[in-house]
Design a protein around this ligand. Structure first.
Ligand code: NAD
Ligand code: DAU
Length: 332
């Protein structure tokens, strides 16, 4: 497989994947991205044009998608609306991009007989209690909570149906919370880091007891590449790096690592329907495909991420004011 079509490759995880592919393989990449507020061409600017071609467009544009899929050997599908807080306020684009967009891509890979990898989220499984001894596995029942996670769940179901009914050569991965470079400042970790850099107090939803299972975006990329190259068609793989932390601990860690008092944050209005805990059991991925994360020490990964945001203010500053204005309206 040498020509990859990567949808959403100007977003956070998609751009990390394109960097990873250029560094670790010989594949040529075409990025298809609509450049919504979450997409940023600057995230790909350092990559050679001999390896990466950029096409601005919508995954729900069937004509455009048909031509790009025909010219590719495989498709890695990241493009989506991804922010829970946005989905609670404006759900329609989540239906359009996550469901209709995925459907449009599936029809094109079906027609042209191309390999497809669908990037999804652990949120399709709903949430766990703080003291639940079990973690999510590939056989956990689907139980999404938000407009975002319900549209991701719907897109997973479409992929499964297209595999079974039409023999589409697809795999699915469901990953936990990512952190790392090129993440939009609306998301938890970059929001707090950039707040501190601009002298704004970090904002913790509720009491911060909610737990997320953090993985560095580069480890997510290596896992997706492994599944693309060695995964069994029709299978789902969970991706995680044993990184469970509650939000209060993460905010305190960021503050301390950036030279502030650990309690210099504000508790703000909680998110509606806020999932309590996500936790991934990635045994299948490690046992069947031999995958291991590179960043096993969250503090080391966080330190590198803090340095990246300190050094790349020109990348994130243009989005910061509008993001904080949106949160201010919500009391967050
Ligand atoms: P992001 O919001 O940073 O990027 C999404 C990208 O998709 C943007 O570049 C945007 O312009 C593009 N896009 C949106 N709608 C489009 C459309 N209709 N046509 C073409 N392009 C479109 O998202 P992210 O955090 O990088 O997430 C990428 C994927 O990974 C998503 O499918 C998400 O569900 C999944 N995921 C994310 C996480 C996480 O922690 N962020 C964890 C697990 C899975
Ligand atoms: O689990 C994977 C999912 O992780 C992905 O599918 C989503 O696309 C991605 O956005 C992420 O979802 P979360 O809702 O968990 O991420 P977010 O960064 O929005 O919030 C992480 C936690 O931090 C969550 O419990 C809410 C909380 N939070 C968030 C923000 C933005 C705060 O306490 N303060 C904040 O300012």
């Amino acid at each position: 497989m040498s020509r990859l079509l990567v949808t959403g490759g100007a977003g956070f995880i998609g751009s990390n994947f394109v960097h990873h592919v250029v560094e670790h393989t010989d594949h040529h990449v075409t990025v298809l991205d609509k450049l919504t507020y979450a997409g940023n061409r600057a995230s790909l600017a350092a990559l050679p044009s001999s390896r990466v071609r950029f096409v601005e467009g919508d995954i729900a544009d069937a004509g455009l998608v048909d031509g790009l899929v025909a010219a590719a050997d495989g498709v890695v599908h990241y493009a989506a609306e991804t922010h829970n807080d946005n989905s609670l306020n404006y759900p329609q684009p989540f239906l359009q991009s996550n469901v209709i967009g995925t459907f449009t891509l599936l029809e094109a890979v079906r027609k042209h007989g191309k390999r497809f990898h669908h990037v999804s989220t652990d949120e399709v499984y709903g949430d766990l209690e703080l003291d639940d001894p079990d973690r999510f596995t590939e056989s956990s029942p689907y139980n999404p909570s938000s407009p975002y996670s319900s549209t991701k769940a719907a897109s997973d179901m479409l992929v499964r149906a297209w595999v079974r009914s039409y023999g589409v050569a697809a795999t699915i991965s469901n990953c936990s919370n990512n952190y790392g470079p090129y993440q939009h400042v609306e998301k938890f970790i970059p929001r707090q880091i950039t707040n501190i850099l601009w002298g704004i107090r970090p904002k913790l939803y509720g009491e911060g007891r909610n737990v997320r299972d953090w993985i560095h975006a580069d480890d997510h990329s290596s896992a997706v590449l492994r599944i693309l190259e060695h995964g069994r068609i029709g299978e789902t793989y969970l991706i995680g790096a044993d990184g469970e932390k509650d939000n209060k601990t993460v905010v305190e860690l960021i503050l301390t690592m950036m030279g502030q008092d650990a309690d210099a944050y504000d508790n703000v209005t909680d998110r509606n329907g806020h999932d309590m805990r996500y936790a991934i059991d990635a045994t299948k991925l490690s046992t069947d495909l031999g995958w291991r994360p590179r960043f096993r020490d969250f503090e080391r990964g966080l330190a590198v991420t803090i340095d990246w945001y300190r050094d790349h203010e020109q990348w994130w500053a243009p989005a910061k004011d509008a993001t904080e204005a949106f949160y201010a309206q919500l009391g967050q």
